[in-house]
Unconditional design. Structure first.
Length: 466
């Protein structure tokens, strides 16, 4: 176990960011392949997969909350050079993710019919959705563990080991989706159920590999398991960060589910619109996931700086990351703009779905500077522990602007999915303006743990190499 690099130099920032960006692209490729295969099977399968995937993301709000708390607690602990405290937060995060994953999966399976009714899943795709959902709930605990261990690696600035794991899972996902989904490579074709079981296998593989690497790194070890005394002292801060983050994720993901309902209940061409939204969201990941790499990097950097008692450095690195990430992803969006029809043809062979994908990409590519900037600024708040701002701004603009405006334009005035997509663009603009106000004008650094706080037993022995 080595003493972590806590530098904020350009070289250190690059070393932290590029592996995460590559991991995000690998995640994009995995999702893209799954949606592409689903589109080759049928538009109904593509639409059902979109409903299950978005619902699964909604059920992941718990691990997203824990991840936010862990990022702030671990990165600030390392910045303050309290290494034993960091290891205890790591152990608590990993153990908690498994327990929460099992609980949420059981709840999701037991209440599946109510969830489908609430989502207004079209009758044409309901049987497929049921089968995909059953396997998705079986995979959820492993998905929780894989996500939590990935967060721990990022918070401790160990970004190369999870990159190797992501590469392995991406390769397995590629061959399994094509093989068991379409029957390529002389493998038996199971159709959409081949996609479902591929996801299950990939999540389990990633979780096992990450846990093994964490054990080898020394951050996950028996002597780092916290006792009850430490939990009473150390967990309040994690909850202080996690609860607003969880509420923000809940509000955001429930908003996206409602967005799917708005599209699924459109008066015309709802199935193609739903399939187009599913495929469009996967293409959006080409821009959004690298933005998440900047989000996660800036969260760790801000946490390190605030843990070390350097708020001015935290503000400086924050603004630099927002500018760099927004410029880079906006350039990629500009390069993709002329190829929207070709991208739609790549994602679906159904002409109606292709038209919906082009419509979605038109509005989405225009919103890139705003969505990326607000995403990175959300990471600043996570690193500082100021997740209540994410809750107020992301949740408020989604439920008070995006959804009402989406209903007004998509249902009442235009009667088409383009009204919903325009509402998404306008709400992103407002969201970014509000986040900029917080970053520039509010004292968000006050939410960090005080450097002298122990968050555990009174004395902690200095970190030693082993």
């Amino acid at each position: 176990m080595n003493d972590p690099d806590l530098s904020t130099s350009p070289r250190a920032v690059w070393r932290l960011t590029w592996p995460q960006m590559l991991m995000m692209y690998l995640m994009f490729f995995m999702g893209f392949i799954m949606v592409w295969v689903a589109g080759r099977i049928s538009a109904d399968v593509q639409a059902a997969l979109g409903m299950v995937t978005q619902s699964g993301i909604f059920l992941s709000v718990v691990i997203m909350a824990v991840s936010s708390g862990a990022t702030a607690a671990v990165s600030q602990s390392l910045g303050a050079r309290k290494f034993l405290r960091a290891r205890r937060y790591v152990s608590a995060t990993v153990a908690g993710s498994v327990a929460l994953g099992i609980f949420v999966a059981l709840a999701g399976y037991c209440f599946r019919d109510g969830i489908f009714a609430m989502l207004m899943v079209p009758d044409d795709i309901l049987p497929i959705t049921r089968e995909l959902w059953r396997v998705a709930m079986l995979a959820l605990p492993a998905q929780y563990l894989y996500a939590a261990t990935g967060v721990v690696f990022r918070a401790t600035r160990q970004v190369i080991p999870p990159l190797w794991v992501a590469s392995l899972t991406c390769i397995v996902n590629f061959f399994a989706c094509l093989g068991f989904g379409l029957g390529c490579f002389d493998l038996p074709s199971f159709g959409y159920m081949g996609l479902a079981w591929t996801n299950f296998g990939v999540q389990c593989l990633g979780a096992v590999c990450n846990c093994f690497l964490l054990l080898r790194s020394g951050y996950l070890q028996r002597r780092g398991v916290p006792d009850l005394r430490w939990l009473r002292a150390g967990m309040p801060y994690l909850f202080k960060v996690a609860l607003p983050a969880g509420a923000a994720s809940l509000v955001w993901q429930s908003g996206y589910l409602t967005l799917f309902v708005l599209v699924a209940s459109l008066p015309h061409d709802s199935v193609n619109a739903l399939a187009g939204l599913t495929a469009g969201l996967r293409m959006e990941a080409l821009l959004f996931l690298p933005g998440m790499a900047f989000n996660m990097s800036v969260a760790v950097l801000v946490g390190n700086c605030l843990g070390a008692g350097r708020p001015d450095e935290a503000k400086r690195i924050s603004l630099n990351m927002v500018g760099l990430g927004t410029a880079a992803m906006s350039l990629i969006a500009a390069l993709l703009w002329p190829f929207r029809p070709e991208l739609a043809q790549l994602l679906s062979h159904n002409s109606g779905t292709q038209a919906q994908i082009v419509s979605y990409l038109t509005y989405n590519l225009l919103s890139t500077p705003f969505s990326i900037a607000s995403t990175i600024m959300g990471g600043i708040m996570v690193g500082a522990g100021a997740t209540r701002y994410n809750l107020m701004i992301f949740g408020g603009t989604f439920w008070l602007v995006r959804l009402p405006l989406g209903w007004l334009l998509g249902h009442a005035l235009w009667g088409a999915s383009s009204g919903v997509f325009l509402a998404m663009l306008l709400s992103q603009c407002l969201q970014t303006c509000l986040m900029f106000h917080v970053v520039l004008r509010r004292d968000w650094t006050r939410f960090a743990m005080r450097r002298h706080a122990h968050a555990g037993p009174a004395a902690e022995k200095p970190f030693t190499r082993r």
